[in-house]
Write a protein of this length. Structure first.
Length: 262
């Protein structure tokens, strides 16, 4: 396991965090949105409800894709003090659900041959070569689509320390958590449509690819092995936060001393 039992122990890390995180951001080791009001930094992860948050954060969220000049101007002035004071959050999704969502996304947009099965997609599109570092490949988006990038670089530093204030899980309480988040940020808008997979009793190669919810049971042994190998850290990370939330009976996880009322 790459996560230690004292993941919540942030002793001494708060002072070091701003410089470590700013350096990672400058090196483009993760994707993020900046706030026009400098109140938050949203570390967005593909297929993790970023489209649903686009409406409520409209007017506040700056992305390098949609607001290049404004984003570059604000990013060039970003310093450690701003990083420390900003509310930093991300959204985590159960890795298998995220992979199934990516498969549907690629198929429906003809980014892959729609006849390719789920297992074939995993075997052919996930690169597990030890010579291909995921962060390096993340920077080369034309080589490796960011929908396949692991989630954990948006949560943890290279030494396994948490780099953000909040991790919100895409689970049954997700909409309640986001509502609380928006209230804290002073945004009086509702969450946009959250894509929810419709389950049905059907073959995996159903013509209606949007209506099937793929699971690990739909993966061939080789595909399952490759999936678990490549997303090992994501699987462990999601499970860790899921269990922490169950233990603490919280709607969302907040690092101690870095809660909304700080």
């Amino acid at each position: 396991m790459f996560l230690t039992d004292d993941i919540l122990n942030q002793a001494g890390w708060e002072k070091e965090l701003p410089s470590v995180l700013l350096r990672a951001m400058k090196n483009k080791e993760m994707s993020f949105f900046l706030d026009t009001n400098d109140a938050f930094i949203y570390f967005n992860i593909a297929k993790n409800a970023q489209s649903s948050l686009k409406y409520p954060l409209h007017g506040r969220r700056l992305s390098v894709k949609d607001h290049r000049d404004a984003w570059n101007n604000k990013f060039s002035k970003l310093n450690e003090k701003q990083v420390a004071s900003s509310y930093k959050f991300t959204i985590l999704r159960e890795p298998t659900e995220r992979m199934a969502s990516t498969y549907r996304y690629f198929s429906q947009r003809n980014m892959i041959d729609p006849r390719i099965k789920f297992s074939e997609f995993i075997l052919n599109y996930i690169d597990c070569s030890p010579n291909n570092n995921e962060v390096a490949r993340f920077k080369q988006r034309r080589v490796w689509n960011h929908h396949l990038s692991p989630q954990y670089p948006s949560v943890l530093s290279n030494n396994g320390k948490i780099i953000i204030d909040d991790v919100i899980l895409m689970n049954d309480e997700f909409e309640n958590q986001i509502h609380e988040l928006l209230q804290h940020l002073g945004i009086n808008k509702k969450l946009g449509h959250v894509n929810k997979t419709r389950k049905k009793e059907a073959a995996v190669n159903s013509a209606d690819i949007s209506a099937y919810d793929w699971t690990q049971a739909d993966m061939s042994p080789d595909a399952l092995k490759k999936f678990k190998n490549f997303y090992k850290k994501d699987i462990e990370l999601y499970d860790k936060f899921r269990r922490l939330l169950q233990t603490d009976k919280l709607l969302r996880f907040c690092i101690p001393k870095l809660r909304f009322d700080r």
